[in-house]
Design a protein around this ligand. Structure first.
Ligand code: CTP
Ligand SMILES: C[C@](O)(CO)[C@H](O)COP(=O)(O)O
Length: 229
C-alpha cells in the first residue's frame, strides 16, 4: 500500500469532451475562451492549485487530444485521454487512466471552470473523513413547479428538501470504480451512479463560483466573476 500525505492523495478527472450545444455553435465547449483563455485552462489551473491533488486526468474531445496536450503543458502536469460520446463514458475512460495509487478521486466538469481551490479541498476532505461519495450542493432559490405535458401546473414541489448539485464530486476510488462497473443506464452525475448501487452520498456546501457554464449568459456571468477576482 502506498503512503500518502494530504498533499497527494487525490486524483481529479476532468471530463472536457462535450460539444457545448447549449452554448451555441463553435468549438467544443472546454476549448471556448473566457477572458482570452479556454475554459479548460481555467478549470485545470484551479485544480492544479489544490494542495491535495496529485494527478489530473482530462478527457478531451477525441479530435483535439494533441492540441489539449499542448494547451495544458504550461499549466500543469496532466494526463490526457480521448473522451467518449457521453459524459459518463468520458469519466469512465479518464478513470481507467488513474490507476490504483490514489485513494480519493474527484470528478470535475471542465464547464465549471471557476470552481475555487477551497471547494476542491472541501470535497476531498469530506472523502478523507470517511464519506464514500460527496457532492457540493446549493439551496434552490426559485419556487419549483411540476408541470404536465400540456403546460398545466400539477403541483408545487417542497423546495426545502431540494439542492442543486455541483462538481467536483468526490469518491473513494474503489466506490467510483464499482459504480461505473455496475452502471447500465446513463446518469447525469457520478453520485447518481453511486446511489444506484446503494452508496450513501454526503453533501458539503457548494460555491456560486462553480456555476456550470452551459448557456451564453453563463459565459457573461463567469466573465463578471473573474473581474470581481
Ligand atoms: N461526451 C461528453 C459530454 C460532456 N462531457 C463533459 O461533461 C461536462 C458537463 O457537461 P455539459 O456542461 O453538459 O457539457 P456539454 O455536453 O458540452 O454541453 P451540451 O449538453 O450543451 O452540449 C463538460 O465539462 C463536458 O465537456 C464530456 O466529457 N464528454
Ligand atoms: C455533473 C453535473 O455537473 C452536476 O450538476 C451535471 O449533472 C452535468 O450536467 P449535464 O448537462 O447533464 O452534463
Amino acid at each position: 500500500m502506498t503512503a500518502h500525505s494530504v498533499r497527494d492523495d487525490v486524483a481529479v478527472l476532468v471530463p472536457a469532451a462535450g460539444m457545448g450545444v447549449r452554448l451555441g455553435p463553435g468549438a467544443p465547449k472546454a476549448l471556448r475562451t473566457l477572458a482570452g483563455e479556454p475554459l479548460l485552462v481555467h478549470a485545470v489551473r484551479r485544480v492544479a492549485a489544490a494542495p491535495s491533488v496529485g494527478r489530473i486526468v482530462v478527457a478531451a474531445p477525441p479530435d483535439d487530444v494533441e492540441s489539449v496536450v499542448a494547451l495544458l503543458r504550461p499549466v500543469a502536469h496532466v494526463v490526457v485521454v480521448p473522451g467518449g460520446a457521453t459524459r459518463q463514458t468520458s469519466v469512465s475512460l479518464a478513470l481507467d487512466a488513474v490507476g490504483e495509487a490514489f485513494p480519493i478521486v474527484l470528478v470535475h466538469d471542465a464547464a465549471r471552470a471557476l470552481a475555487p481551490v477551497e471547494l476542491i479541498e472541501r470535497v476531498a476532505a469530506a472523502v478523507r473523513d470517511g464519506h464514500e461519495a460527496v457532492v457540493p450542493v446549493l439551496p434552490v432559490v426559485d419556487t419549483i413547479k411540476q408541470v404536465d405535458a400540456d403546460g398545466r401546473v400539477a403541483g408545487t414541489v417542497d423546495r426545502s428538501v431540494l439542492r442543486s448539485v455541483q462538481t467536483p464530486q468526490g469518491f473513494s476510488r474503489e466506490t467510483l470504480v464499482r459504480a461505473h462497473a455496475a452502471a447500465v443506464d446513463e446518469h447525469t452525475d457520478d453520485a447518481g451512479m453511486c446511489e444506484k448501487i446503494g452508496v450513501a452520498v454526503w453533501t458539503v456546501p457548494g460555491d456560486e463560483r462553480a456555476l456550470k457554464i452551459t448557456r451564453p449568459l453563463d459565459l457573461e456571468i463567469a466573465c463578471l466573476l473573474l473581474d470581481l477576482g
